[in-house]
Design a protein around this ligand. Structure first.
Ligand SMILES: [Zn+2]
Length: 289
């Protein structure tokens, strides 16, 4: 899920992004998913790991079969999920029905995962998943979602970033399950992996992963500075800050912008740098602490 700025971008349904990475598009384009969710076939053998499954569009299953045929793949070894949002996990059931029973691994998210009624194998930070030609190492990266795992592809020094770093647009920090402070710490952690290429969950391959992460960190720092400046000038409510900071953006994006400002303020609140009066984020009055 990304901020809604990716509408209209198109990617091929099936593409080969490295000798170890084939991408099959989830067929779920939209305001928050851009061209749709990238699902990845990883490895070099006849059976490969499938990373993420899209949201469950029936036409995706044909695309996945075409991706397998193109890479000479006879079947799937197992399914691994970056996190439990519907545009990543919603397609699991359909894939199992088409490809037969497979192990499905993810970091557990109690209260979220149950709705999918799937048998899940729990994995966590540092878990390794191997297939001929590829070794994935899980890195816990909460912030966009608390159960989010990214995966380093050790043979390439590349990174499957899920929704933490995107090919286009910026990551949304949802009010439910999202946390900006955690997210920024996760970006620092991913930066420490010094990734070469990044394979994001939405949008095209990113050739220089490290630069992209630095860009994300700089963008968030700049936004925070603007919010602190607005508070310093006496703006106390989120809608007023949005009107000031996002003056050059179409008003249709102000709802998403308000979510972003709210996540920054919650982070600053956790750090003891701002205080608020009022429980409801958008209605509350905020001030510098
Ligand atoms: Zn997501």
């Amino acid at each position: 899920m990304s901020a809604p700025v990716m509408v209209g971008m198109k990617l091929p349904d099936v593409d080969v992004w490295s000798e170890r990475v084939v991408v099959a598009l989830g067929q779920n384009p939209g305001v928050f998913t851009g061209p749709g969710t990238n699902t990845y076939l990883i490895g070099t053998g006849p059976q490969r790991i499938l990373l993420d499954t899209g949201e469950g569009r029936p036409e995706y299953l044909d695309v996945l079969e075409r991706a397998c045929a193109r890479a000479g793949i006879t079947g799937l070894q197992e399914i691994v999920l970056t996190h439990g949002h519907p545009d990543h996990m919603g397609g699991v059931r359909g894939v199992l029905e088409r490809f037969g029973p497979l192990r499905v691994s993810k970091l557990g998210w109690p209260g979220n995962d149950e709705r999918y009624e799937l048998e899940l194998t729990p994995i966590g930070d540092g878990a390794r998943l191997s297939t001929p030609g590829a070794t994935l190492r899980a890195v816990h990266a909460p912030g966009h979602a608390q159960d989010h795992l990214c995966f380093v592809l050790e043979e390439e020094g590349s990174l499957f970033s899920g929704d933490n770093v995107l090919g286009v647009g910026t990551t949304v920090i949802p009010a439910h399950g999202g946390d900006l402070l955690d997210y920024l710490r996760s970006l620092e952690r991913l930066l420490a992996e010094s990734p070469g290429a990044i394979y994001p969950a939405h949008g095209p391959r990113i050739a220089d992963g490290k630069s992209k992460i630095l860009e994300y960190l700089a963008h968030r720092r700049e936004r925070e500075a603007q919010i602190l400046e607005a508070l310093g000038q006496g703006l106390t409510r989120i809608p007023d800050m949005v009107r000031r900071i996002y003056a050059s953006y179409p008003e249709a994006l102000h709802g998403a912008a308000a979510m972003s400002v709210a996540s920054h303020l919650r982070k600053l609140e956790r750090e003891g740098r701002v205080a608020r009066e009022g429980a409801e984020l958008l209605a509350a009055h905020w001030r510098l602490a």
